[in-house]
Design a protein around this ligand. Structure first.
Ligand code: KG4
Ligand code: ZN
Length: 356
């Protein structure tokens, strides 16, 4: 029998991604175009710029993925596209392109929820049965959810302000880490992890957020504020000029990373205890899946490892490549949906997308 192939298209934020995946989770072809360099220069994503770049690249990326897979459009079982959540202008490009592609080739279209796709990618790599707990921490998200089925998620907590990767990127910018000889090509989070290894976290003490809040939500803006105020104070004490590197830059990185890790670990611990108390996790092999760009931080993974060891959960962190935005996770969500026959539109149905 011929294998089931799905083309996945992702344009919700600043990556234009496409991939062809089969029902066994084999990636036949993939292509990714990142806008991160462009947005770095403007200090954040300008939605109209993101939209223009998606428009410029979506066709090349999709055809690149198809070409490397060796599959023709006619071989596809369906086209899956991210329809929410994300930047409206970015989402619109991938949705319009995918709908047009599906119509031209008479293929079903599968609308995909970006967060659900992140949460399920692990199942492409190894058998993880529902229900399982999932933590997503990246530049755009922080959330804890119980995955009960491919389209059944119980949201346990999310960030009330910004995402941890966003906070780390802002702290890195405030520390001028782009001028650091060893960190110039790293993302903010990577630079902080790198410097933290050389620093002493005890030299500074930041307060872990939400110590008195008895839920599983996150907050990183206040912590970022504590860190930037400390940086300003140190800069004044050292009498630095604009752009100069603080002598204690590694110690601040270490303390900031520690506090982010501690906050994430504590909220995750609460979520695990809640799920256990309500009998929401299975007796055998209860699992925590961690994904998102920030999940590649080994200090944060270690902190989560302490929590899962203490509570008897298995910790699963897919390799970094599968934790960040790409077409593969969208194609895999399409495979999961085809298998269960859920949320599949025919090529002539109208597809809606929504930022929230
Ligand atoms: O998932 P991702 O690639 O995409 C977005 O959500 O945009 O995550 C990128 C984020 C950035 O904020 C980056 O600073 C952070 O993940 N990040 C890290 C590490 N590597 C990337 N944060 C902490 N430690 C790392 N090693
Ligand atoms: Zn994402």
């Amino acid at each position: 029998p011929r294998s089931t192939l799905v083309l996945g298209v992702e344009t919700s934020c600043d990556e234009t991604g496409a991939a062809v995946v089969d029902e066994t989770g084999r990636i036949l072809g993939e292509c990714l175009h990142s806008q991160k360099e462009v947005h770095l220069k403007t200090g954040g994503i300008i939605p109209t710029v993101a939209q223009r770049l998606h428009r410029e690249h979506v066709s090349t990326v999709v055809h690149g993925a198809l070409r490397s897979s060796g599959a023709a459009p006619g071989d596809l079982a369906a086209v899956a596209a991210t329809v929410k959540p994300g930047l409206a202008l970015s989402l619109g490009v991938g949705v319009a392109f995918s709908a047009d592609f599906a119509r031209r080739h008479r293929k079903p279209l599968i609308p995909v929820h970006h967060m659900e796709a992140h949460a399920l990618t692990v199942r492409m790599l190894e058998p993880v049965e529902f229900p399982f707990l999932v933590l997503l921490v990246s530049g755009g998200h922080a959330l804890l959810a119980l995955a009960r089925g491919i389209d059944d998620f119980l949201l346990l907590g999310q960030t009330l302000d910004e995402a941890p990767g966003d906070s780390l990127d802002k702290v890195a910018r405030r520390l001028h880490l782009k001028n650091h000889p060893e960190c110039s090509s790293m993302s903010g989070g990577q630079a902080i992890e790198f410097l933290a290894k050389q620093g002493d976290r005890h030299k500074f003490n930041f307060k872990t957020p939400m110590g008195q809040t008895y839920d599983c939500n996150f907050s990183f803006a206040g912590l970022r504020n504590q860190v930037t105020m400390t940086i300003t104070k140190q800069e004044m004490a050292e009498g630095l000029n604009q752009g100069d590197m603080l002598s204690c830059v590694s110690d601040i990185a270490a303390a900031a990373q520690h506090t982010v890790a501690s906050h994430i670990a504590k909220r995750t611990h609460r979520a695990i205890l809640f799920c256990k108390a309500k009998g929401l996790l299975p007796e055998s092999n209860p699992t925590l899946v961690v994904s998102g760009g920030v999940a590649s931080n080994s200090y944060i993974r270690q902190a989560l490892g302490i929590v899962t060891d203490a509570t008897g959960l298995h910790l699963r962190c897919p390799p970094a490549k599968f934790c960040t935005d790409n077409g593969v996770m969208i194609a895999w969500n399409g495979i999961e949906r085809l298998r269960e026959g859920k949320g599949i539109l025919s090529y002539d149905e109208k597809v809606h997308y929504e930022p929230k």
